[in-house]
Design a protein around this ligand. Structure first.
Ligand SMILES: [Zn+2]
Ligand SMILES: [Zn+2]
Length: 447
C-alpha cells in the first residue's frame, strides 16, 4: 500500500522550484472576515496561523489529518447506526407507557400535520450528518491511498457548506431538557440508542474539528501560485483579487468582481452580492415569524383529560414555578435571548457597517462571530417539542401535541441562521481605506 502523504510542513507549492539562494514563494491567504492578505508561515502539526488584522484563524494544522478524520468519521457513523436501530427512550405513567426510537421524533410530527418541522428535525439530526460522514470517509480514504476517489473535489467543496446545519449536539441538549421537564410526572428510562446518540454527537463534533482543509486541498489539487503582483499586508479587494471561501486560494477577479476558484471551482465574488439587502430581508422575515412563534402555543399538554396549551414564554414561567429553574433558564436563553439578541445584533451590524474604524471593527467582527456561532442553539425548543410529542402518548391520561408556534419558531431559527450567512463581515473593514504601506509579497509580514 502506498504511504499516505505526510501532513507535515507545507511551505511552498511543489511545482514552484526556485533557484538556489532565493526564498521559495510563500503561500498567500486573504482573510475571509477582513480581506487582509498575509503569507502563511510553515506550520507543524498542532500549530495554527491567525489573521494579523482581525484574529480569524486562517489555517490549523493537524497531526495525521486524513487518518484522524477517517477514524472519527467511521466511529461516528457506527454510533449513528446504533442510535437509529435501538430504543431511544421510554416512559411510563399509571401503568401505561410508550417507547420510541430516534426517528420517531420526526415521523410522529407528520401525524400532527407538521411535515416541515419533521423534515427539519430529520435532516439536522440524521440525514445531513450521515451524508457528511460518508463524504468524509470517501474523501479521506482517497487521500490516504494517495489517489483521490472520483468527485473528491466537488465533494470537498459541498461538505464545507453542511457544518452549521448538523445539530446532533443541540438535539442532545433538547433531549436532556425534555427528560427533566417530564421527570416529575412520569417514569423515564433511557434506551441504548440514547447513549449511542450521545457518543455520535461527540464524535461528529470531533470529526468536523479534525478536518485540516488547507492540507486537504493542497493534497487534492496542489497550490497554484497567487496571481502575479499580489501584495501582502494589504486588502485584497483593491488589488482585484479575493480569497476562496472554500479552499483559501487567492484568485483574480474580472472587472465586475466575479471569478471562479482555480483550485476548487467555487464561484467567487469580491463581496457577497447584495449582502446587506439580503440580511435585512431575512431579518425582517424572521421578525415577522417571531410574532406567531410567541403568540401561538408551541405545544398542548393533556393530563387526566384536561388540555392546556402553552406558549414558549408560558412554558418558561411554568418550569420556573415548578422549581426547575435550570431548565427554565436554558429554554429562556435558547428561545428568547438568543434569537432576539441575534436579530438585534445583526440589525445593528447592518446599520453601522459603513461607519467603521479599525478599533471598533474588531469588536464588531467578534460580535458577528458570536452571532454566527450561537444561532443554531435556538433549535433546542423545537427538538424538545419533537421528543415530547413522540414520547408522551398515553391518551387522555397524559399526552402532548405540537402547536403552530413550533413551525414558526423553527422558521425563525433557520431565517436568522441564513441572515448571519448572507452578512459579509468584510464590509465591516471596508471603510476607511487603510493608509498602511504595502510591501511586496516576498517580504510580507505574517504570523
Ligand atoms: Zn482577518
Ligand atoms: Zn477554492
Amino acid at each position: 500500500m502506498p504511504s499516505p502523504p505526510a501532513p507535515r510542513e507545507i511551505d511552498a507549492p511543489p511545482q514552484a522550484a526556485s533557484p538556489a539562494g532565493v526564498a521559495p514563494p510563500r503561500r498567500l491567504r486573504a482573510c475571509h472576515e477582513c480581506d487582509w492578505v498575509s503569507a502563511l508561515p510553515p506550520l507543524r502539526p498542532g500549530q495554527k496561523a491567525d489573521c494579523p488584522r482581525c484574529g480569524h484563524t486562517l489555517v490549523r494544522r493537524h497531526y495525521r489529518a486524513a487518518q484522524r478524520s477517517l477514524a472519527l468519521a467511521i466511529a461516528a457513523l457506527m454510533a449513528l447506526g446504533l442510535g437509529v436501530s435501538f430504543p431511544f427512550v421510554s416512559f411510563q405513567v399509571g401503568g401505561i407507557g410508550n417507547r420510541i426510537e430516534l426517528t420517531q421524533t420526526a415521523t410522529t410530527l407528520i401525524g400532527f400535520h407538521q411535515p416541515l418541522v419533521a423534515i427539519v428535525v430529520l435532516l439536522t439530526i440524521v440525514v445531513l450528518p450521515a451524508v457528511y460522514l460518508v463524504g468524509v470517509i470517501w474523501l479521506q480514504s482517497g487521500l490516504m491511498r494517495g489517489t483521490p476517489w472520483p468527485a473528491s473535489r466537488a465533494l470537498a467543496r459541498s461538505l464545507s457548506h453542511l457544518n452549521p446545519w448538523m445539530m446532533a449536539d443541540v438535539f442532545i441538549i433538547g433531549a436532556l431538557v425534555s427528560l427533566i421537564k417530564i421527570a416529575g410526572m412520569a417514569e423515564i428510562q433511557l434506551g441504548a440508542a440514547f447513549w449511542a446518540f450521545c457518543a455520535f454527537a461527540i464524535l461528529l463534533l470531533m470529526t468536523t474539528q479534525s478536518i485540516d482543509g488547507d492540507w486537504m486541498w493542497f493534497t487534492l489539487a496542489g497550490e497554484p501560485r497567487a496571481p502575479e503582483g499580489t501584495l501582502v499586508a494589504s486588502r485584497a479587494a483593491p488589488q482585484g483579487v479575493t480569497g476562496c471561501p472554500t479552499c483559501g486560494l487567492i484568485n483574480r477577479l474580472d472587472g465586475e468582481g466575479r471569478g471562479q476558484c482555480r483550485r476548487c471551482g467555487e464561484r467567487l465574488r469580491a463581496r457577497l452580492p447584495h449582502s446587506l439587502q439580503r440580511t435585512w430581508a431575512l431579518l425582517a422575515a424572521a421578525g415577522v415569524m417571531y410574532v406567531p412563534a410567541n403568540v401561538y402555543p408551541i405545544m398542548t399538554t393533556t393530563s387526566l383529560g384536561h388540555s392546556e396549551p402553552s406558549t414558549i414564554i408560558g412554558g418558561v414561567v411554568d418550569l420556573w414555578q415548578m422549581g426547575s429553574w435550570p431548565v427554565a433558564t436554558v429554554i429562556f436563553v435558547a428561545s428568547i435571548i438568543v434569537p432576539v439578541g441575534k436579530m438585534v445584533a445583526l440589525a445593528w451590524l447592518c446599520l453601522v457597517v459603513r461607519r467603521s474604524d479599525e478599533l471598533h471593527a474588531s469588536v464588531r467582527t467578534k460580535l458577528y462571530r458570536v452571532t454566527e456561532f450561537i444561532g443554531r442553539w435556538s433549535m433546542v425548543d423545537v427538538f424538545v417539542v419533537a421528543i415530547l410529542v413522540a414520547l408522551i402518548r398515553a391518551g387522555s391520561l397524559m399526552s402532548i401535541t405540537p402547536g403552530p408556534a413550533a413551525l414558526a419558531f423553527a422558521g425563525v431559527v433557520v431565517l436568522t441562521m441564513l441572515a448571519a450567512m448572507t452578512f459579509d463581515p468584510r464590509l465591516i473593514w471596508d471603510t476607511p481605506p487603510s493608509p498602511r504601506p504595502t510591501p511586496p509579497a516576498s517580504q510580507g509580514s505574517s504570523r
